[in-house]
Design a protein around this ligand. Structure first.
Ligand SMILES: Cc1cc2nc3c(=O)[nH]c(=O)nc-3n(C[C@H](O)[C@H](O)[C@H](O)COP(=O)(O)OP(=O)(O)OC[C@H]3O[C@@H](n4cnc5c(N)ncnc54)[C@H](O)[C@@H]3O)c2cc1C
Length: 380
């Protein structure tokens, strides 16, 4: 087992650091968080660096690179800012990997080269008011008409929908179907007539905008079907390892950032005549924080390795997502305690990491559901 990075991977991570210093430095991250302004300008720099090309075949302009390289880059983006990691996740996971895994040849030829150039954005429109963890309870309906489909229904908590070119929308297409059967994924242009969007306010992840979307007789042409008609849920499951690995990478990057901020503070802040890190209770907490991050990181790298081997990894994908999201809550909670008032100030990066952390144990599949999956994979 070899954990060393190749010289190309090392160089790529250094390039990510340089790109972030130029296009999204810490003060700009803070400003955007306060202004709730997504870092949409970053897609072009990502493309220039080749980040969006890594996992895609050369015939579409990709680099045919391994998933571990995507993971390393993603983790580094998350280290700099959750908003940078989220932009990468939604573009790659919800868009690129879905199209690559179950799109038609025509869709791949049309969409992947543009995605790789940073010209296209996607949002996954799955969740509905009555269908969260139980995604199979969705009722948004796509009815067949001449030349395509007419969609009616409502989706909620859809990330980045305002700037998406396409909404990757899960619709019930089979008349009378229930549960996970009879669902079809449709690539619906976000500018389509009949789409109405309302922004949702929330406590963190300010730069990942969230939208409630009404579909009111929205027409989608025949070639909007992504994958096979009626097999949308299976298709969604087939890309979960990418989206879960993506979220875990982003979250582990943020976790390492939280630990580094806390260590720096513990070395610098003096109380009772010594740096607070010299108090054993603080030092032990720091040791536990770093250990949790390293544990989560190894689970993630193992997942990336399995993905690259083309091996089954449903359990490991659920584990990586669960361990990473719980890790971030653990380290930001302890980080807040160690920074105390310095972390509670709105100008502190720690409070942003702490607020953002609350999302990940339920967004994109709650930890309770991940535990169910792990137990099922264990044959329980
Ligand atoms: C900021 C944000 C961004 C999001 N982005 C997107 C997006 O881009 N696209 C999209 O489609 N969705 C998105 N979502 C929706 C997200 O995926 C859902 O919030 C998530 O699936 C959980 O659904 P829910 O919030 O309805 O919770 P519920 O399903 O109502 O769950 C509530 C609680 O009950 C527990 N629970 C539910 N079922 C079980 C069970 N069987 N066993 C044990 N416990 C259970 C859950 O674990 C949870 O603790 C986003 C949500 C947020 C907040």
């Amino acid at each position: 087992m070899d954990f060393s990075l190749t010289s190309e991977q090392q160089a790529l991570l250094e390039s990510v650091d340089r790109m972030m210093a130029v296009h999204l430095p810490p003060e700009e991250v803070r400003r955007r968080d306060r202004a709730h302004e997504p870092p949409d300008h970053m897609l072009r720099p990502y493309a220039d660096l080749g980040l969006l090309a890594i996992p895609f075949p050369e015939e579409y302009g990709g680099l045919d690179g391994p998933w571990i390289t995507v993971t390393l880059a993603h983790e580094r983006l998350g280290y700099h800012a959750s908003m940078a990691g989220s932009l990468f996740s939604t573009t790659m996971g919800f868009g690129g990997m879905s199209i690559l895994t179950y799109g038609s040849d025509a869709q791949k030829k049309d969409l992947l080269p543009r995605l790789i150039k940073g010209e296209l954005r996607f949002s996954l429109a799955l969740t509905e008011p009555g269908a969260g963890s139980d995604a199979g309870a969705l009722i948004t309906r796509a009815r067949r008409v001449d030349g395509g489909w007419v969609v009616n229904g409502r989706k909620t908590w859809i990330s980045g929908a305002d700037v998406a070119d396409y909404l990757v929308t899960a619709c019930r297409t089979a008349e009378g179907s229930e549960g996970t059967a009879g669902i079809t994924m449709l690539l619906i242009p976000r500018q389509s007539k009949g789409i109405h969007m309302t922004e949702l306010e929330k406590v963190g992840n300010n730069c990942l905008t969230s939208w409630d979307i009404g579909f009111d007789d929205v027409f989608a042409p025949e070639d909007a079907v992504l994958g096979e008609e009626g097999r949308g849920f299976r298709h969604l499951m087939s890309t979960l390892q990418f989206s879960r690995a993506g979220q875990a990478a982003n979250v582990i990057g943020q976790s390492q950032r939280a630990v580094d901020i806390t260590v720096a503070h513990a070395k610098e802040r003096v109380q009772f005549g010594r740096p607070i890190g010299k108090f054993q209770v603080v030092a032990h907490r720091l040791a536990d924080m770093q250990t949790r991050v390293d544990q989560a990181r190894f689970v993630l790298y193992h997942l990336a390795w399995l993905v690259d081997q083309g091996r089954r990894c449903r359990k490991e994908a659920a584990q990586a997502k669960m361990v990473a999201s719980e890790c971030l809550q653990y380290v930001t909670n302890h980080g807040m305690q160690i920074l105390a008032s310095a972390g509670y100030a709105l100008e502190s990066d720690m409070q942003r990491l702490w607020r953002d952390s609350r999302l990940y144990t339920f967004g994109e599949g709650a930890t309770e559901i991940q535990r169910d999956i792990i137990a099922r994979e264990m044959g329980v």
